[in-house]
Design a protein. Structure first.
Length: 175
């Protein structure tokens, strides 16, 4: 079952010229969701991962079951003001403005091996901010894992230029 066939494309959303890759159609499909999680788990089963980190919110949907199947903890990276204990944050640029993400300061111990998960890599700004947060609190990122890569948008290249390994289950051409 090709995962890509379960992802809907919505033309001109949220702006004219954008081809939005909607993973909710993959997530609602029992076989598609199970296959997605299992393919990721199979890739990392022998990687000695200590924790899976997911970025709000679809990174939670993918990352938590991966962590469960690997028998490791899950750490959320959230938007500002959502985590109750002490946090650190990182601002990053969006196509039209800026945003911020945060992580608990005690979420990762120095030297822990981290799998960083999100649904899609486009420009890479959010993932780049997540990488900075994890490294700041001492985590060692094993790989940045995505369901979908949009290679023409440049996020994969951006992360690889910073020394990160990147993996995606499928890719779509165009933006």
């Amino acid at each position: 079952m090709p995962i890509k066939s379960r992802i809907r494309t919505i033309p001109h959303y949220p702006h004219e010229g954008i081809m939005f890759r909607d993973v909710t159609t993959l997530l609602k499909d029992a076989v598609g969701l199970r296959t997605t999680i299992q393919e990721i788990v199979n890739r990392y089963r022998t990687s000695n991962i200590d924790k899976v980190v997911g970025i709000e919110s679809r990174g939670f949907i993918i990352g938590a079951p991966v962590a469960y199947a690997l028998g490791v903890g899950f750490v959320p990276i959230r938007k500002p003001g959502k985590l109750p204990a002490e946090t650190i944050g990182c601002d990053y640029q969006l196509e039209y403005g800026s945003d911020r993400i945060e992580i608990h300061t005690d979420a990762i111990r120095k030297g822990e091996r981290i799998l960083l998960v999100d649904d899609l890599i486009a420009t890479g700004g959010t993932m780049e901010a997540a990488v900075k947060l994890i490294q700041e609190i001492g985590g060692e990122i094993i790989e940045c894992c995505f369901v979908v890569d949009l290679p023409e948008v440049g996020g994969r290249d951006r992360l690889e230029k910073q020394g990160q390994k990147v993996f995606a289950l499928c890719q779509f051409e165009g933006s």
